[in-house]
Design a protein around this ligand. Structure first.
Ligand SMILES: [Zn+2]
Length: 511
């Protein structure tokens, strides 16, 4: 996420010759369209028995060539089949059905599994019914103020074994922004569905991630999974989501869209009747920007920033894994929010010719978009415990945003000023950057994790050089691709890269 605070930015935002290809869903005027929809072999299963869990062909069209290997190399990744019905008015109850295969990838027996019901934290209402576990009776109970559903298993699930869980769920959709930054609900003309399905969270040495969310920090801590989602929605609702639409049929004013995404850390879906789209191809990836028609000027800026961020960070960290990267505008109480293959940016940044927090909106848009694009590598491909270890992605992505400015304009000093400006809000206090999100009080979270956090990487750059830091970032990425990274892995990568002991600097900044 990118929190709303004053940011001082580089002044040199020079945009010359924007090559913008106008593009309307499935009728390209310029540039390639996504894989053409075809219905062959893509019937959505009505029961678990119909599913061939080993067949991952459907995910191929969403993956860049450099990322296709993951289909064979993640045999224990979870797979979700979800069907979702979105009503004509978009704001009343949504109905869902989910079939998920979960693997015990841990080293111990599991006697229960959990599902996270985050809409119950985000001002919505989520209920689960008719839950059935393959091959056994089960009992369920709600925990953590209804944000977690515990499912007790009749027989323990041994390491390497899998089971299939099937359930119905309903979603009450908030229309007043509240909960967690307004990321879930129907606001103005945009339906935003952040973590809308029952999610199996990560299990680590402390057990299941089932805590009630802390006051700061993003919500999810998931294993990379595969998602096949069927959405029934009004035909005029323009969808934006993780993954790619692999099939779409329209009958009697209703669209049935089949979306495949994976591997990915989560699945995000949004839609608006007002969205218009422009797009541009960069390498294997089509960058698509959806917003309202009156925001066409900043929409073109967003496309340019997105294309450049994908290109620069692919070169600096590793190839972007998907064939699509989507950017949408939506009303929210943050500046932007990252999801796999898609980011939602606050709609205020799309209003041309005005200033926001004292800066022109296109400058705000550039820093927010570069930051959220950085999360495609750190949060999505390499996951982390966002509540208990937030600096692991946020501070690193702040540093990558500076790398974007450095590569694009030859100068990242304006963006570095924004970190100092954030840290100044707590009088440059020596507060550790590596605490859990709930341990920061008031302004400390933004000031420390987003301000002092990237300054830690800059300090290493000053001491050991930019190549030392970026070599470590690349090896941390490669070593943890589609896995989860922790503080120790970042430290190990840095120490290996510099060939030195970083105990003192970690003590000073992180712990
Ligand atoms: Zn962020």
């Amino acid at each position: 996420m990118h929190k709303r605070v004053l940011i001082i930015l580089v002044s040199a935002t020079i945009l010359i010759g924007l090559a913008v290809g106008a593009w309307i869903l499935f009728t390209p005027a310029d540039g390639p369209a996504p894989a053409p929809p075809t219905s062959e072999g893509l019937e959505f299963p009505t029961s678990a028995e119909d599913i061939n869990w080993e067949n991952r062909e459907i995910f191929k069209s969403g993956l860049a060539e450099s990322a296709v290997w993951a289909l064979d190399e993640l045999p224990r990744a979870n797979t979700y089949y979800i069907s979702l019905e979105i009503p004509q008015d978009l704001g009343s109850n949504l109905k869902g059905h989910q079939i998920v295969r979960y693997f015990n990838a841990e080293n111990e027996d599991l006697t229960e599994i959990y599902f996270r019901l985050f809409p119950n934290f985000q001002g919505g209402q989520m209920t689960v019914s008719d839950l059935a576990v393959e091959g056994g009776a089960t009992t369920t109970s709600y925990e953590s103020n209804d944000t977690a559903l515990r499912v007790d298993l009749e027989n323990p699930l041994e390491p390497g074994e899998s089971l299939v869980v099937e359930m119905d769920f309903t979603l009450g959709i908030p229309t007043n922004m509240g909960g967690n930054y307004g990321l879930f609900g129907y606001f103005e003309d945009v339906l935003v569905l952040d973590s809308f399905y029952p999610i199996i969270p990560a299990y680590d040495e402390t057990g299941w991630y089932k805590q009630f969310p802390r006051q700061n920090g993003d919500l999810t801590y998931n294993d990379a999974s595969f998602y096949i989602i069927q959405v029934e929605a009004p035909a005029d609702l323009v969808l934006a989501s993780s993954g790619v639409i692999v099939n779409q049929e329209i009958k009697a004013g209703i669209q049935t869209s089949l979306i495949a995404s994976g591997p990915s850390r989560d699945f995000y879906l949004a839609g608006s009747r007002e969205f218009v789209e422009i797009s541009e191809q960069v390498g294997d990836t089509l960058v698509r920007v959806h917003t309202r028609p009156e925001y066409s000027v900043n929409q073109a800026y967003a496309l340019d920033f997105g294309v450049n961020a994908i290109q620069i960070l692919s070169e600096q960290v590793g190839p972007y894994p998907y064939t699509e990267f989507e950017i949408i505008s939506s009303p929210m109480l943050a500046l932007g929010m990252e999801y796999p293959g898609i980011t939602s940016i606050v709609v205020d940044e799309f209003v041309e010719g005005v200033s926001l927090y004292g800066l022109p909106t296109e400058q705000m848009l550039e820093s927010t978009l570069a930051h959220e694009t950085g999360h495609m590598w750190f949060y999505n491909v390499v996951g982390n415990d966002q509540q208990n270890d937030p600096w692991v992605d946020e501070a690193l992505v702040q540093y990558l945003t500076y790398i974007y400015y450095l590569e694009r304009y030859g100068d990242g000093s304006g963006y570095v000023d924004s970190w100092n400006s954030r840290w100044s809000r707590v009088d440059f206090a020596d507060i550790a950057i590596g605490m859990n999100a709930g341990n920061y009080q008031g302004q400390e979270y933004g000031a420390i994790v987003y301000g002092r956090g990237p300054l830690f990487f800059l300090e290493l750059e000053k001491q050991y050089g930019l190549n030392m830091v970026m070599d470590a970032v690349r090896s941390y990425y490669q070593d943890n691709i589609w896995g989860i990274g922790y503080c120790e892995e970042i430290r190990a990568a840095l120490e290996e890269s510099c060939g030195c002991d970083l105990s003192a600097v970690f003590e000073e900044w992180v712990y």
